[in-house]
Design a protein around this ligand. Structure first.
Ligand SMILES: NC(=O)c1ccc[n+]([C@@H]2O[C@H](COP(=O)([O-])OP(=O)(O)OC[C@H]3O[C@@H](n4cnc5c(N)ncnc54)[C@H](OP(=O)(O)O)[C@@H]3O)[C@@H](O)[C@H]2O)c1
Length: 482
């Protein structure tokens, strides 16, 4: 019988699991049990990293026996069916009070379902968002665990020991119960889509507007990275734009096929936002922009459609670049504000208590959207935890004020020149929609009442009303059928 030597275990030793296991093993006080369905992978990890002192297991019984109680295991296997299979296998060898953590990219509704199932056995289940990819898993990810308070007591110190550190603080917090961690990770990915799309649009506008080369634009992004736009995504954008393709000598960005892929979390964020009734237009435009790019057959037959050909006459290149920077920052504020709205709505819907400022602070390190800017979001929620719209916080109002004319000018230039800028323009429209005193939604209510007797409210008195459109067109009081 194996001695219970390990305080934490990892199941699934592909790139994410093995890196996370090595990260855990490198921290003071941790002994890590490892298990993989195919034992050869376990042996490989043992051979390559003898320094880690891993405790290997050939089957689930041996794995359970190697763990101290309460047993704690992090699953890092293929999301979906494989995760369900591993959970059932762990249930068969674990005991009440033990903790099963799913660190894969699960859909939060699956996590809610799994938490319910595992709870019936007396075992704790924690769905945990892990951000930062392979590099983050090895050196310090941003971690978003959900699950029960009881499991957090055991898990907290372990997770704090392996998380990325930002300004002295580990990038991990107990996000909320059951699916809250995976929900927050999902929205994180959605925001990442929007941020990347905005950066791509900024690059495209500068290139077409000023004729600068990718290497010159790399310098612009590197300079932006010294200011309020400082972020990992801006930093790597400069790196990608500076890269030359060795075989052709051309900028790498010019030889990469312009069809963007996606693994689905952006789409989940949008689908969930639709269910919650939250407009995340920046994220949606980013998801759809990738879809549009990936339909070459449609793009091929559409190339000769009428319209300007994407040429901009810019007199002052430096001034134009600065306008693009301001438009990018303003649009980015909108995208993050929308993302945090979705988290707030999700928390209300699923009864999670989520500290939005804390969420922003654990994204400052380890993850793809890490940025200085997140400190401003934490400050905004520290100031007013119930802030209904993030972009109305004073710091952001100031930034939006500074960006006004540039933002509108860039969207105008893009439209009149025929340059697609879905994220820039939709964020400006969203912003103007929020600001509007009256929206044409009143007309939509009238139309709905006309064809479907859906009724409407009035601005001047309480109650619900219907106009008898097919009769004498008088108004009657009606039952609310919204
Ligand atoms: N947060 C991030 O940045 C990030 C990045 C990448 C991945 N992920 C997530 O992290 C998880 C692991 O990703 P990965 O790329 O390291 O691995 P992966 O390719 O998604 O999965 C491979 C692992 O799953 C195991 N597996 C597959 N089917 C199984 C089954 N039916 N029963 C038991 N084990 C099974 C494999 O075992 P065998 O060796 O026996 O085949 C292997 O250990 C995934 O959920 C992925 O979505 C997150």
């Amino acid at each position: 019988m194996t001695e219970a030597a390990a305080n934490i275990g990892v199941v699934g030793l592909a790139v994410m699991g093995s890196n996370l296991a090595r990260n855990l093993a490198s921290r003071e006080g941790n002994t890590v049990a490892i298990f993989n369905r195919t034992y050869a992978k376990t042996e490989e990890l043992l051979t390559e990293h003898p320094e880690a002192g891993f405790v290997p297991a050939r089957d689930y019984a041996e794995f359970a026996a190697s763990l101290q109680k309460p047993r704690t295991a992090i699953i890092m296997v293929k999301a979906g069916g494989p995760t369900d299979a591993v959970i059932e296998d762990l249930i068969s060898v674990f005991e009440p009070g033990d903790i099963i953590v799913d660190g894969g990219n699960a859909l939060f509704t699956d996590t809610i379902r799994r938490e319910k199932r595992v709870r019936e056995t007396g075992i704790n289940f924690v769905g945990m968002g892990v951000s930062g990819g392979e590099e983050g898993a090895l050196n310090g990810p941003s971690l978003m665990p959900g699950g029960s308070d009881e499991s957090w007591t055991t898990l907290g110190p372990i997770l704090r020991s392996i998380a990325a550190i930002a300004e002295g603080e580990p990038c991990v917090t107990h996000v909320g119960h059951d699916g809250a961690g995976h929900f927050v990770k999902m929205v994180h990915n959605g925001i990442e889509y929007a941020d990347m799309q905005l950066i791509a649009e900024a690059y495209d506008l500068i290139r077409r507007g000023t004729g600068k080369s990718p290497a010159e634009i790399a310098d612009i992004f590197a300079a932006w990275n010294e200011g309020e736009l400082q972020s990992y995504l801006i930093e790597i954008t400069a790196e990608v734009l500076r890269q030359t393709d060795a075989p052709t000598g051309r900028p790498l960005v010019d030889v990469i096929l312009d069809q963007a892929g996606a693994k689905g979390t952006g789409g989940w964020t949008v689908q969930t936002a639709i269910d919650l009734g939250v407009p995340v237009s920046g994220i949606a435009e980013a998801v759809f922009a990738r879809s549009l790019s990936s339909h070459p057959e449609q793009r091929a037959v559409s190339q000769n459609l009428p319209g300007p050909r994407g040429e901009i006459a810019v007199d002052d290149a430096d001034a134009f670049v600065e306008q693009v920077r301001l438009a990018l920052y303003a649009s980015k504020i909108v995208a993050y504000s929308q993302g945090f709205d979705e988290i707030r709505a999700g928390a209300a819907q699923y009864d999670w208590s989520i500290d939005l400022g804390k969420v922003a602070s654990i994204w400052r390190g380890g993850c793809i959207i890490r940025a200085q800017f997140l400190n401003r979001i934490t400050e905004a929620y520290d100031e007013q935890a119930t802030l209904p719209v993030l972009l109305t916080a004073p710091y952001f109002v100031d930034a939006l004020e500074r960006a006004q004319s540039a933002w509108r000018e860039i969207v105008r230039v893009a439209a009149t020149s025929g340059i697609p800028s879905p994220a820039f323009s939709s964020s400006l429209s969203y912003y103007d929609g929020l600001r509007a005193d009256r929206l044409p939604a009143a007309l939509i209510q009238g139309q709905r009442d006309f064809f479907g007797a859906h009724t409407y409210k009035r601005v001047d008195r309480d109650g619900t009303f219907h106009t008898q459109w097919s009769g004498d067109r008088t108004e009657i009081e009606a039952v609310d059928t919204h």
